[in-house]
Write a protein that binds this ligand. Structure first.
Ligand code: ADP
Ligand code: ZN
Ligand code: ZN
Length: 801
């Protein structure tokens, strides 16, 4: 019998989902497992490349052409059976190559060529014969020495482990009692020796007697035992010193207050009960926790998770972006302490790897993290939560273009556990599924803190301001309210909506926005061609010099930068202390948190910022929120622009009046009658949902239709255009008349980094043949890729532009 491994190889210029078969050499046969990475020879030159083992088999006859695996890169699978299956699902649903899916699931450090070392977990085992007790040996050396099968066995028994040396800092000297001596007469001696320090006997018995794991030397010296005594203990043979791995804790210098469970109100209790009922029945139910801002969703998550942890199960908590929500991490750490591992891009590579290892080795049971935390190697998952499920950051914009919400639901099915999608303003897709009872709706309709009142919202029509002669960015109403808050020592949050900055034309007299004649979408200004263009149908027209509606010449691009606004604000309110939060002020690591902390500590009166201030802020003294330009997102040529505007306005309004002081919100707009704005004013998600669904139905968009976007790019426009027209013809051949193909048209930003982009959008209800055609297009794109032509497929794109 000749054992074989099926390997998905990593060759960027020749991607394929077909695994290649390799022979497993005799000495590696006890080692190789599915989910491990191996090095294999590839191609005519037998180049050494990496690959993932995805299958094992045997054959009776030796095929001479088969090449053997060169070496194994892991001693334990880096992807377990579940994650391998998840890669398949991701591949199926996102039209990405399998290798891309597999690699996406690993922390980046594991992809790089870091030195790997073997560390001894149990020094008393037979492994000590092969590996030094207090040091480590190089993994590659061990492999050369033929120790791999042994290593493998030891690893399974948890006697040794392997670690990537990202930085060498994560090592600490520890002490422990030599195993064989515990409970023996030597114990008396031990106590005798240590008593010379200031430790009391009872403490020692407790410390040493109950410890199976080693304790840091520092632990003893902090208790007053001198190092001389400890060294004596080592000399006498009853203590040993070894270096063990510690995890770099990104929160090491951070004290987390302990918090306890709050008494839930009726709706919260009902929500927790329903989630736990599904959990106990091991039912993969999807819940939509629809709760207004401040309704206590986080408390629901925490209490449900606590329950699951008590049973020895684990949980994943996804948040849109951790850097923007430090208060969420704070609340989780305060309640669940060391059970929590945090994964996000703000951590250093080493920190992230350590958090990942904590999870993998079962040292953390709850993972709080952004999008990619959905790949956390947790076993035994009892609950998955996707907070702010409507947020666009859950969708990855590059291959594999997965949506973390879909993967969360997939994992909940795999583990037979519930998944909770939480939001004050659910995505239309999720809400529609709840309507159809595919998801279970859990409403929270009141603010949880009974003293916190909902804010009152006032909409100011900017057209009136101009006619009153007020040309500033701040309406008279907002100016008056700001002065009032400054007098009272209360705080103000100002949102400058920068989405769609400068990209559309609007009339300052009548508020008219230039729309496409064929589509319900505004035209986008293209500076390169000096035209207004529609991204849906390709319609194009000249930039107008006067308003087509009222004839006014005051038609112009709309948008202002935060810096400019800050200067204007300072001039208006010279005494105000202003903090600005935007991409420029938050580039450095931890900058968000510093700004938020400063604001929380009342070192400023006004926080002025872009979208990033809308999330997570929970400060008691914010009593006024101003939205300077509610319209900008509204005018983006994207069918989700109303939804996004409504979500943003709701979210930012929720920042006001979180505690006892009532909050006020001022929304400045040119379109007060637009339903996204008037319904945000009424804080009526339900009506917004109803109205938006009618629009989606009429225009044929999700959730009524499925969508796919294909993008073609090349250095020359001709090639990109030609390929996109060829694809469009291919697609038209299989599409039924009920489906719609929009385009090909140049992408919103047609040229990026000297490449030209063309796109096609397909809207359909049912197209059984589409999937296999898209797979074929993906496969064929390999050939085009060699001549610099890239085709990408985005299934259910969040951005149409
Ligand atoms: P959401 O996540 O829905 O915006 P939070 O969980 O942040 O709401 O809760 C808002 C505020 O209400 C927080 O200050 C929280 O401590 C408080 N809170 C939550 N649940 C309760 C409860 N049952 N009783 C009293 N206060 C609560
Ligand atoms: Zn006009
Ligand atoms: Zn159009």
């Amino acid at each position: 019998m000749y054992p074989l491994a099926e390997v998905i190889v990593d060759v960027p210029t020749m991607q394929t989902d077909q695994p290649f078969t390799y022979l497993i050499p005799t000495e590696l046969q006890p080692v190789v497992q599915k989910g491990m990475r191996v090095e294999v020879p590839f191609g005519k030159g037998n180049r050494h490349i990496q690959g993932f083992v995805v299958g094992l088999s045997e054959t009776a006859t030796l095929d001479e052409r088969l090449k053997p695996i060169i070496r194994v890169l892991d001693i334990a699978p880096v992807l377990n059976a579940e994650l391998l299956a998840l890669a398949d699902y991701m591949k199926e649903t996102t039209y990405a190559f399998k290798i891309t899916c597999l690699q996406t699931m690993l922390p980046s450090v594991m992809k790089a060529e870091y030195k790997k070392t073997i560390i001894l977990v149990d020094t008393t085992s037979e492994a000590a014969q092969y590996f030094p007790v207090s040091g480590e040996i190089d993994y590659d050396q061990a492999q050369k020495d033929g120790l791999l099968p042994k290593l493998m066995k030891f690893r399974q028994e948890n006697i040794v482990d392997i670690r990537y040396e990202v930085h060498n800092k994560n090592r600490v000297k520890t002490l422990r009692m030599v195993n064989s001596l515990i409970d023996e007469k030597k114990a008396a001696e031990i106590l005798q020796t240590l008593r010379k320090g200031s430790l009391r006997k009872a403490q020692l018995v407790e410390i040493l007697g109950s410890q199976t794991e080693a304790l840091p030397v520092k632990y003893f010296t902090n208790l007053g035992v001198s190092t001389a005594h400890l060294n004596q203990g080592v000399k006498d043979g009853w203590l040993e010193i070894l270096e063990v791995e510690t995890y770099r804790d990104p929160f090491a210098n951070h004290e987390f207050e302990t918090t306890t469970n709050l008494a839930l109100n009726t709706q919260q209790a009902k929500a927790v009960n329903k989630i736990l009922t599904a959990y106990k029945k091991e039912q993969a139910e999807t819940f939509l926790l629809e709760g207004i801002t401040g309704s206590g969703k986080t408390e629901v998550y925490l209490q449900a998770i606590q329950h699951v942890l008590k049973d020895g199960k684990t949980a994943i908590m996804l948040v849109p972006e951790i850097a923007l929500t430090p208060q969420m991490v704070e609340r989780f750490k305060s309640r669940l302490k060391d059970a929590v591992a945090v994964l996000h891009s703000g951590l250093s590579q080493g920190e992230r790897y350590d958090e990942w290892r904590k999870i993998e080795r079962g040292k953390a049971q709850v993972v709080v993290g952004a999008r990619s935390a959905i790949f956390a190697p947790l076993e035994n998952i009892g609950l998955i939560i996707v907070d702010e499920e409507h947020e666009a950051t859950y969708k990855q914009e590059e291959a594999p273009r997965y949506h973390a919400r879909d993967l969360a639901i997939w994992r909940s099915r795999y583990h037979h556990c519930p998944v909770v999608l939480g939001s004050a303003t659910p995505s239309l897709e999720s809400r529609a599924r709840a309507q159809k009872k595919v998801y279970t709706l859990l409403p929270l309709q009141k603010r949880a803190n009974p003293a916190a009142l909902l804010p009152t919202i006032e909409v100011v029509d900017l057209k009136d301001e101009y006619s009153k002669g007020n040309m500033s960015s701040f309406s008279l109403v907002l100016q008056e309210k700001m002065r009032d808050r400054l007098n009272k020592g209360e705080q103000i949050v100002l949102l400058l909506n920068r989405r769609g900055y400068s990209s559309f034309m609007m009339c300052r007299d009548c508020g008219y926005v230039l729309d496409c004649p064929n589509c319900d979408i505004s035209l986008t200004l293209h500076m390169d061609t000096k035209t207004m263009r529609c991204h849906y149908c390709g319609h194009e027209e000249a930039i107008p010099h006067k308003c087509p509606e009222c004839g006014s010449k005051k038609i112009s691009y709309y948008g202002t930068g935060t810096q400019k606004i800050e200067a204007e604000l300072q001039e208006l309110l010279p005494e105000a202390r202003i903090l600005r939060m935007d991409v420029d002020t938050t580039r450095k690591k931890g900058a968000h948190e510093r700004i938020l902390n400063a604001f929380g500590a009342k070192k400023a009166d006004i926080l002025l910022g872009t979208q990033m201030i809308a999330k997570g802020l929970d400060f008691p003294d914010i009593t006024l929120v101003g939205v300077l330009n509610a319209d900008t997102a509204l005018n983006l040529p994207d069918f989700r622009s109303s939804e996004r505007t409504f979500q943003l306005l709701t979210q930012v309004s929720g920042r006001a009046g979180r505690a006892k002081k009532a909050g006020e919100v001022v929304i400045q707009t040119f379109n007060p009658e637009h339903y996204a704005i008037s319904l945000a004013k009424l804080q009526d998600y339900e009506r917004f949902y109803q109205q938006e669904m009618i629009m989606r139905h009429q225009a044929g968009y999700p959730p009524y239709y499925f969508t796919v976007k294909l993008t073609v790019s090349h250095e020359t426009e001709v090639q990109a255009a030609q390929k996109s027209f060829q694809l469009a013809r291919q697609l038209q051949e299989v599409l039924s008349p009920q489906s719609l193909l929009l385009g090909p048209t140049p992408s919103a930003i047609m040229r990026i980094k000297n490449r030209y982009y063309y796109q096609i959008i397909i809207k359909y209800k049912q197209e059984p043949a589409l999937k296999s055609l898209l797979e074929q297009i993906l496969d064929e794109s390999q050939i085009d890729q060699r001549r610099g032509l890239y085709v990408s497929i985005d299934n259910e794109p969040l951005n149409f532009i």
